[in-house]
Design a protein around this ligand. Sequence first.
Ligand SMILES: CC(C)(COP(=O)(O)OP(=O)(O)OC[C@H]1O[C@@H](n2cnc3c(N)ncnc32)[C@H](O)[C@@H]1OP(=O)(O)O)[C@@H](O)C(=O)NCCC(=O)NCCS
Length: 154
Amino acid sequence: MTRIRLVEHAAGAPGMRWFGMGPDLKPSHGLLKLHRLLHKHAFWAQQRDTSELKKMLAGSNVVISLWRGKRLVGFGRATSDGIYRAVLWDVVVAGDLQGHGLGRQVIEALLIAPGIRNVERVYLMTTNSRGFYEQMGFERANNQQLLLLNLKNN
Ligand SMILES: CC(C)(COP(=O)(O)OP(=O)(O)OC[C@H]1O[C@@H](n2cnc3c(N)ncnc32)[C@H](O)[C@@H]1OP(=O)(O)O)[C@@H](O)C(=O)NCCC(=O)NCCS
């Protein structure tokens, strides 16, 4: 497989937001490519437009992207207070490259990022990929319940 490049963006991913930056700090239409990746491979994030994605990135403490040449093939992000709690969001790998260890690379990079590595506990929510996260050491929380308040329709 062509070499995969992992980019650990600065908090809020300003380069990706404003210049679409990818590997080597080069403008790579990163925001548009993220929009496409989520639209195609993340069923919960298909409706997000690029102006919303900019806000999403701005509010993310840790942002990881994976590139194969000029193609954005993986993504994951986290919000974190840096000391007690972090939550992983929007972990996704392009469909044709799933099952080759790229998802694991995204999770490992998120967990060792400075904004996360010192927190007490990392949370995540998943619909279909519990087995994947269990492989990474996450455990189902039987003593906790997930509560939701929907403020928008999607
Ligand atoms: C879930 C996802 C990110 C996993 O990425 P991936 O690159 O396919 O996963 P990897 O190849 O790194 O898998 C790592 C390990 O987890 C296992 N695994 C992957 N998906 C799994 C699943 N759904 N159930 C159980 N185990 C799984 C792999 O077999 C592998 O195990 P191994 O190291 O023993 O071989 C990817 O399939 C994806 O983007 N899916 C669509 C979007 C999605 O549902 N994201 C999760 C949001 S919560």
